[in-house]
Design a protein around this ligand. Structure first.
Ligand SMILES: Nc1nc2c(c(=O)[nH]1)N[C@H]1C(S)=C(S)[C@@H](COP(=O)(O)O)O[C@H]1N2
Ligand SMILES: [Mo]
Length: 512
C-alpha cells in the first residue's frame, strides 16, 4: 500500500502540473505558475549559491531551475499520496500550502494575473481529485491502515488491478494534456506577435565587416566575431520577456531636469551608431566562455542623458527591465565619451529576443550585471547611496569594472598534441583600456611574447597566437595580458564573487 500511495501521489502531482500548465496555455498567460515559482526560486536563491550553480551548470541554469521545481512538486506529491488515506488533514495542508505558494509567486511577478492564480488552484484541485480516484477510502479494497488483507497474493488482488488500470489512464491523460499544453504554449499569441514584429523591422542595413587582421584564423580558436547564436546568455528570466517594439517605451525620470519617455521609433529616428564591444559576465571564470564580441548598433546614452539634464549629486543610473531585474551603472561610465549604447541591433540584426529585444544597454568596460540591462524599460537617475540593484543585494560588488584577463583556446586544456612546433592561441581583453601585449609561458619558464591580432578599438578582445616547441611529457601553458597602460593582469587568484575572477589562465596538455 505504501508503494501504491506513493505512486498515486507522484501521478497526481504530475497530472496537476500538466493540467495547470495546459490551463495557463489555454488562457494564454504571459507566465505559467510553474515558471512563476521557478522565478521566485531564482529570486530567493542566495548569491553564493547562484554562483556555485552557474559555476557547475553554466548556462543550463534555466532548465535546472525548472527541473528542480518540477521534481520538488513530484516529491511533495509522493508525500501527499503517502498521507492521503492515513493523515488526510496533513495531506490537504501540504496541497494548500503548495497552491498558496504558487499563487503568491504568480501574484508577485510583473505579469501577475488572476487567471494565473486560477491555474495554480486548478492544479491543487486536480491533485486531490486524482488521489481520490486512485486511492478510494474503501473497506473492501485493501485500503486499510496497515495495507493489504492477509492471505491475498498481490497478483490476485482485484483492487491492485483496478489501481493499475486507473493509474495507467491517469498517466496517459497527463501525457496528452501535458503535450497539448506545451504545443499550445509554443504558439503563445504574444510570442508570435513579437516574432513577427521583429522580422518585419526595417532597420537601415549596415554591413558587418570584421576589421582586417582582427581574426587570426587559427584552427579551433573561438572566432573574433561571436555569432549571435553562439553568444553566451545570462539572465534571471526563465522565459525571455516578449515585448512588441511598437509598445516599447523607456521612461526616464529621477534626478533629471526634464522627464522623457522614448519609443523605439524615437531611437530609430536618432540614427544608430555601430560599435564593436566585447561584453563579459562577472561569473566568467578564468578560462570561461561567458564572454562574446559583436558589433552593436544603438543610440549613445550620453546624448540622451544630456537631453534630460542630469542634476547635481546624481552618480548612478538605476535601470529596470520589463521583468523587474535591476542594475546600477555609474553615470561616469555612461557620460565619459565611451560607446555606451542603448542597443537595438547585434551583428546587424535586431537584437535576438534572449539578448534583450527590442532594446538593451551595452557599456564597454563594465561587467554585464552592472551595465547591460536587457529588455530595459525604466531609467532612474539617482545615487548609489539610495538603492541596491539585483546582484548587489545578493553579495556582488556595487561597481563592476571588467578586470584584465586572457584565455588560452589552443591547445585546449586537457588535450594531447604531437611533439614539435605547436600553435598556442587565445584571446585577451581589458575593455575600454585596451591590450598592449600578451605573453605565454610553459611550465613556469620564461614569458614569451605572443603576436596580437589587430585591435578594432580598446573595447574589444584581441586574439593572440604564438609558437611553442613542444617536448614529450605533460606540460602546463599559462598566459598573461598587459593592458594599454602597461599594467599586467594579476597572477593573484580571485573567485568570481564578488567582482570578477583573476589569475593566469592555464592549459594542461600532454605531448606525445
Ligand atoms: N533584464 C536583464 N538584463 C540583464 C541580465 C538579467 O538577468 N536581466 N543579466 C545581465 C548579465 S549578468 C549579463 S552578463 C548580461 C548578459 O547579456 P547576454 O545574455 O546578452 O550575453 O546581461 C545583463 N542584462
Ligand atoms: Mo553576468
Amino acid at each position: 500500500m505504501r508503494t501504491r500511495s506513493t505512486v498515486a501521489g507522484v501521478l497526481a502531482a504530475a497530472a496537476a502540473l500538466a493540467a495547470s500548465e495546459a490551463l495557463a496555455a489555454v488562457l494564454d498567460l504571459r507566465e505559467s505558475p510553474v515558471l512563476s515559482v521557478g522565478q521566485s526560486v531564482i529570486a530567493l536563491t542566495p548569491g553564493p549559491v547562484a554562483e556555485a550553480i552557474i559555476g557547475v551548470v553554466g548556462t543550463n541554469d534555466k532548465p535546472l531551475a525548472v527541473a528542480s521545481v518540477v521534481v520538488a512538486i513530484l516529491l511533495l506529491g509522493a508525500l501527499v499520496g503517502r498521507w492521503w488515506l492515513t493523515r488526510r488533514l496533513a495531506a490537504c495542508t501540504v496541497v494548500a500550502v503548495l497552491v498558496a505558494l504558487a499563487a503568491a509567486s504568480v501574484l508577485t511577478r510583473p505579469y501577475a494575473s488572476p487567471q494565473g492564480v486560477f491555474a495554480a488552484v486548478a492544479g491543487g484541485v486536480v491533485l486531490m481529485g486524482v488521489l481520490q480516484l486512485l486511492l478510494p477510502p474503501s473497506h473492501d479494497h485493501g485500503a486499510t491502515k496497515d495495507g493489504q488483507h492477509a492471505g491475498r497474493e498481490a497478483g490476485h488482488d482485484p483492487s491492485r488491478r483496478v489501481f493499475i488500470r486507473t493509474a495507467a489512464l491517469v498517466a496517459a491523460a497527463t501525457v496528452v494534456v501535458g503535450a497539448a499544453g506545451q504545443a499550445l504554449a509554443s504558439r503563445h499569441r504574444r510570442r508570435e506577435v513579437v516574432e513577427r514584429a521583429r522580422a518585419a523591422l526595417r532597420i537601415p542595413a549596415r554591413p558587418v565587416v570584421v576589421p582586417a587582421g582582427a581574426d587570426l584564423q587559427v584552427p579551433d580558436q573561438a572566432p573574433w566575431l561571436t555569432p549571435n547564436r553562439d553568444f553566451y546568455r545570462i539572465d534571471t528570466s526563465l522565459q525571455a520577456p516578449l515585448i512588441d517594439p511598437a509598445e516599447w517605451t523607456l521612461r526616464i525620470h529621477g534626478l533629471v531636469d526634464r522627464e522623457l519617455t522614448l519609443t523605439y521609433q524615437d531611437l530609430l529616428d536618432r540614427g544608430l551608431t555601430d560599435a564593436w564591444i566585447t561584453i563579459c559576465c562577472v561569473s566568467n571564470e578564468v578560462g570561461g566562455d561567458l564572454i562574446g564580441n559583436t558589433v552593436w548598433g544603438g543610440v549613445p546614452i550620453k546624448g540622451i542623458l544630456e537631453e534630460v539634464g542630469v542634476q547635481a549629486g546624481a552618480d548612478a543610473l538605476l535601470s529596470t527591465s520589463e521583468d523587474g531585474w535591476t542594475c546600477g551603472t555609474p553615470l561616469d561610465a555612461l557620460t565619459d565619451g565611451r560607446n555606451a549604447l542603448l542597443a537595438l541591433t547585434m551583428n546587424g540584426e535586431p537584437l535576438p529576443v534572449p539578448h534583450g529585444f527590442p532594446v538593451r544597454q551595452v557599456v564597454p568596460g563594465l561587467y554585464g550585471y552592472v551595465s547591460a540591462t536587457k529588455w530595459v524599460t525604466d531609467w532612474e537617475v539617482t545615487r548609489f547611496a539610495d538603492f541596491e540593484a539585483y546582484w548587489t543585494q545578493r553579495g556582488w560588488g556595487e561597481r563592476g569594472p571588467i578586470k584584465t584577463e586572457s584565455r588560452i583556446d589552443v591547445p585546449r586544456d586537457g588535450s594531447s598534441v604531437g611533439a614539435g612546433p605547436v600553435t598556442v592561441a587565445g584571446v585577451a581583453w581589458a575593455q575600454h583600456v585596451g591590450v598592449q601585449g600578451v605573453e605565454f609561458r610553459v611550465d613556469g619558464g620564461p614569458w614569451k611574447p605572443a603576436t596580437l591580432g589587430v585591435a578594432a578599438n580598446a573595447d574589444t578582445w584581441v586574439q593572440w597566437t604564438g609558437e611553442w616547441d613542444a617536448e614529450p611529457g605533460d606540460h602546463t601553458i599559462e598566459a598573461r595580458a598587459t593592458d594599454a597602460t602597461g599594467e599586467p593582469q594579476t597572477s593573484k587568484i580571485a573567485e568570481v564573487l564578488p567582482d570578477g575572477a583573476t589569475g593566469y589562465p592555464r592549459s594542461s596538455v600532454r605531448v606525445s
